[in-house]
Ligand binder design. Structure first.
Ligand code: ADP
Length: 465
């Protein structure tokens, strides 16, 4: 529509008045000339202004108001549509949350500040046997019976309830164990509700009890095994010592009466009995280690004397494979402070292995004292090197593990239990030392045992409780 303004309205009215004047002049000759024109202009302007104020302006105002109202209406409609969308989204979200809560296997609850249940999920039915609608609007103590309310409030005030356990008799009359967690929901800085989770931990508790009972049973069995083995050890060692002793006497007798073939037989009996004694000792010792039943006797002893005993007890084994034995011990090697029997036992095992895995070769047993200088502690370094079969690199990792043997020595005819090196490693570590080796398949091995010249303490984890 063509829009009118004040000037245009007046102009139209003036022109209209002039037209009227012109027509009336033509018709009757009244108000001719300038006065007629002036009257026509003034009357036209007045009439124009009047028309503008009474008709056009209110019309325009009304039009503007309509436009404003239309805009407002459109905006309100958009807002309403928006709110409707938000309400739908919120409803959907609430539904999702509700179905999520209902999927949960733990009870999720909200209590008001008086302890009345205002929300609870479906799990309450499965765990406690109540439908959510039975619980809603009621105080939580109605369902939880023997719970200590005071403790719960205390915990809530101190940051939250954490793993509060209580027993509950469910609808089937079974006593279940529940674990309660909860904390305040805060709005502004005021607690407005309590939100939490209740979990059925009966199964976990049962498993824990079963595990504890199984552990106790296993410990008892292990204890019984240790006692049995200790007794058996004694029963086995005694006859073996008798056999070894008599084989020795018989051998000596045979030798002095010139019956060499009997001497050889007696030697064989002695060797077999010694082998058996080593196996018995190994098995007993690893059992003691595994059950933490080892004791250490620390004392000062002459290193050379120990080396002599080690060599004597292994001479037969070394010579059996036509090996040459070289002993390198400095005359001033002196004394050390450690468990003498255990050092001897570890050296015997190394020498025995060297003798076992070397044929027509040489074995060198050496001892050195390494001085760190100044305040550094002194070490005694025992080394057993052989020119035997050696150990392939892929086996290096496992030879210190109990019962591990490269290629299963039993089947290859070397004998042994696979326990010797595991025991050696234990002995060295317990006394603050270490055992290592270098070896190449087909080119022999060198085992090195470093022990403190003065063992100050035996690592507590290795000592009999
Ligand atoms: P075992 O009673 O079998 O000798 P050990 O624990 O003393 O048990 O040794 C574990 C394995 O390490 C042996 O079976 C053998 O395969 C390997 N081994 C140990 N010492 C030597 C050696 N000097 N030469 C070659 N192989 C060795």
């Amino acid at each position: 529509m063509h829009r009118l303004n004040l000037w245009r309205t007046c102009l139209v009215t003036v022109l209209f008045s002039l037209g009227v004047v012109l027509l009336s002049a033509l018709a009757g000759g009244v108000l001719q000339g300038w006065p007629g024109i002036v009257v026509a202009v003034v009357a036209g302007a007045g009439a124009g202004y009047f028309l503008w104020r009474t008709l056009v302006l209110p019309a325009r105002e009304a039009e503007r108001e309509t436009a404003v109202l239309t805009t407002r209406l459109a905006r309100s409609q958009a807002e309403v549509a928006n709110q409707a969308r938000t309400a739908v989204a919120l409803r959907q979200q609430t539904e999702h949350l509700r179905s999520l809560f209902d999927l949960a296997s733990d009870i999720i609850y909200v209590l008001d500040m008086e302890g009345t249940v205002v929300f609870v999920n479906q799990a309450v039915e499965e765990i406690m046997g109540y439908r959510p609608e039975d619980v809603l609007g009621k105080h939580f103590l109605v369902f939880t019976g023997g719970i200590d309310e005071e403790t719960l409030w205390d915990q809530l005030n101190q940051g939250g309830i954490s793993r509060y356990e209580f027993t509950f008799e469910n609808h089937q009359g079974q006593h279940i164990i529940l674990e309660l967690n909860g904390h305040f929901m805060i709005e502004g800085d005021q607690p407005v509700a309590i939100l939490g989770i209740v979990r059925d931990i009966s199964k976990r508790k049962r498993e824990q009890t079963e595990l504890r009972l199984a552990k106790e049973a296993a410990e008892k069995a292990a204890e019984a095994r240790t006692v049995f083995l200790a007794n058996m050890g004694h029963e086995l060692r005694t006859p073996l010592s008798v056999i070894i002793g008599y084989a020795d006497i018989m051998g000596q007798d045979a030798l002095s009466s010139g019956q060499d073939e009997y001497w050889v037989l007696a030697q064989k009996i002695k060797q077999a009995a010694q082998q058996l004694r080593t196996i018995v000792n190994d098995v007993l010792e690893i059992t003691e280690i595994e059950t933490g039943q080892v004791s250490f006797l620390l004392e000062t002893f002459d290193i050379t004397a120990v080396i002599k005993r080690v060599v004597n007890s292994n001479r037969t084994a070394v010579e059996a494979n036509d090996n040459e034995l070289l002993i390198l011990v400095p005359p001033d090697i002196g004394f050390m402070f450690a468990d003498q029997d255990k050092v001897q036992r570890a050296l015997e095992n190394l020498l025995n292995n060297a003798a076992k895995f070397t044929h027509n070769g040489s074995i060198t047993l050496s001892v050195t004292r390494s001085t760190g200088g100044g305040q550094e502690p002194e070490w005694i370094v025992f080394q057993v090197a052989d020119t035997g079969i050696g150990i392939a690199p892929e086996q290096h990792e496992k030879i210190f593990h109990a019962f591990e043997q490269v290629d299963k020595s039993f089947t290859r005819g070397y004998g042994g239990t696979g326990l010797g090196l595991a025991i050696n490693q234990y002995i060295c570590r317990a006394m603050g030392g270490k055992i290592s080796f270098t070896s190449e398949a087909g080119h022999g091995s060198t085992f090195t045992m470093r022990l403190p010249a003065k063992v100050t303490a035996v690592d507590s984890m290795y000592v009999r409780a």
